[in-house]
Design a protein around this ligand. Structure first.
Ligand code: ARG
Length: 454
């Protein structure tokens, strides 16, 4: 393709380090879309003949057909997808193919192809996130009043509802969706026409190609355009945060499924057994969601590191953008799908959650709040009084509900029978009606709010 300047061909090692066809063949359909738009524009501007354009279009359709059917032979000697497609086009249509690359460089070409690919990945991810959020909403709605222990430091803190807990993840995945959408909006400018780095002397119409490829308009600075990989970084950054959220949810499912917790069950299709221990049922799918988050974060760090020292404009280093991108996109796709399946099939065990929701004196805050409300004791003092009551219950080996009134009165004489109304876990969650709180009515409101938005 550039043989004019060279007297010998590259060494085998040069070919091996240089070639990207093994992975960038995934850009085939985007590459062909870009070439169709480019050649249509060249003809419209009178830069190539309409007959050449027609030959190019027919040839490209055939190349696409060959690639889709698997009959296309990819060549490492031709380096990348752009050269592979163009070379085959030349075999098919002859001379007109040689005019396709007028006013274009592989630098703006690859930038365009990758943006188109990332944009499609965004749309798939958005769809998947929507389905996951809906699955969480369904479960949360069904369990808006299912009491479970709430933790801080993984120590019993205050009772919450299972629905409220799941809705926390709806918030996270909702923000993820916002991040993806925000970066999709920003990426939607077309690199095609930036040339190698400086633009072109041909009278091209960048607005036309941008429109044909579904972009809002062309990018503004040709130097930035050919060296910029922000759209990939932003996709991977959003994917990394999303993968971390998925990993946290996976971790909780693993904890909840363990025998000492027993808060949820997952049907066989999401678990595996052990070759040695016949009783085992392992949460492998959840563990893999947790584990694969490392790949997504790793991909982001990989490309950030590639980019950090690059001078303007294009440098071949950026060819290293594709493998991390594809791996991050493939990984986020499979973990989102697996998590959605697990959430849909998750069977909570409300009896088990309720049985331990009161453990660890989890209604102690309710007791302190009662002292403030009913006896007008300042909160700091109420906190201290409650601490002494908890200590007494601990000494006797009973719960706060089981502690006799006289034992409480020994700490604070004004305490009366009314205290017992707030010590049960059901009452505790029902009382937490502040905006965003765990009370079933609030959870139902949160579900309704989200239903209108997904
Ligand atoms: N395969 C190359 C890449 O992904 C295409 C651009 C090649 N441009 C060049 N000047 N060698 O970056």
């Amino acid at each position: 393709m550039w043989g004019g300047r060279f007297s010998s061909s590259p060494s085998a090692l040069m070919e091996a380090i240089n070639a990207s066809i093994d992975f960038d063949k995934r850009l085939a359909s985007q590459d062909i879309q870009g070439s169709i738009a480019h050649s249509a524009m060249l003809a419209k501007q009178g830069i190539i003949a309409e007959s050449d354009r027609d030959a190019i279009h027919q040839g490209l359709q055939r190349v696409l057909g060959e690639i889709e059917s698997g009959s296309f032979t990819f060549s490492t000697a031709l380096e990348d997808i752009h050269m592979n497609v163009e070379s085959r086009l030349r075999e098919i249509v002859g001379d007109p193919a040689a005019r396709l690359h007028t006013a274009r460089s592989r630098n703006d070409q690859v930038a365009t192809d990758t943006r188109l690919w990332v944009r499609e990945a965004h749309d798939r991810t958005d769809e998947q996130l929507t389905i996951l959020i809906r699955a969480l909403l369904d479960k949360a709605e069904a369990h808006a009043a299912t009491v479970m222990p709430g933790f801080t430091h993984l120590q019993s803190a205050q009772p919450v509802t299972f629905g409220h807990h799941l809705m926390a993840y709806v918030e996270m995945f909702g923000r993820d969706r916002g991040r993806f959408r925000d970066s999709r909006r920003r990426l939607n400018e077309c690199p095609l026409g930036a040339g190698a780095l400086a633009g072109t002397s041909f009278p091209i119409d960048r607005h036309m190609t941008a429109k044909a490829l579904g972009f809002d308009g062309p990018t503004r600075n040709s130097l930035d355009t050919v060296s910029d990989r922000d759209s990939l970084l932003e996709f991977m950054a959003a994917a990394s945060i999303c993968a971390v959220h998925l990993s946290r949810l996976a971790e909780e499912i693993i904890i909840w499924m363990s025998a000492p917790f027993g808060f949820v069950r997952l049907p066989d299709r999401w678990t595996t057994g052990s070759s040695m221990m016949p009783q085992k049922r392992n949460p492998d799918a959840a563990e893999l969601v947790r584990g694969k988050s490392g790949r997504v974060v790793g991909s982001l760090v990989s490309l950030l590191t590639v980019m950090k020292g690059l001078p303007l404009a294009y440098a071949k280093d950026t060819q290293e953008d594709k493998e991390p991108l594809f791996d991050a996109a493939d990984t986020i796709e499979i973990v989102l799908a697996a998590m959605t399946g697990m959430i849909q099939d998750l069977e909570p065990v409300p009896e088990r959650m309720a049985a331990v929701a009161g453990a660890g004196f989890s209604t102690a805050t309710d007791l302190a709040d009662w002292l403030v409300r009913s006896l007008d004791i300042p909160f700091r003092d109420a906190h201290h009084v409650t601490g002494r009551i908890v200590s007494e219950a601990e000494k006797r080996g009973c719960t706060l509900e089981e502690l006799p009134l006289d034992a409480m009165q020994a700490v604070e004489p004004k305490i009366h029978q009314g205290i017992y109304d707030v010590l049960g876990v059901e009452n505790s969650v029902r009382s937490r009606t502040s905006f965003g709180g765990t009370s079933p009515v609030r959870v139902a409101e949160q579900v309704a709010w989200w239903r209108e938005r997904v």
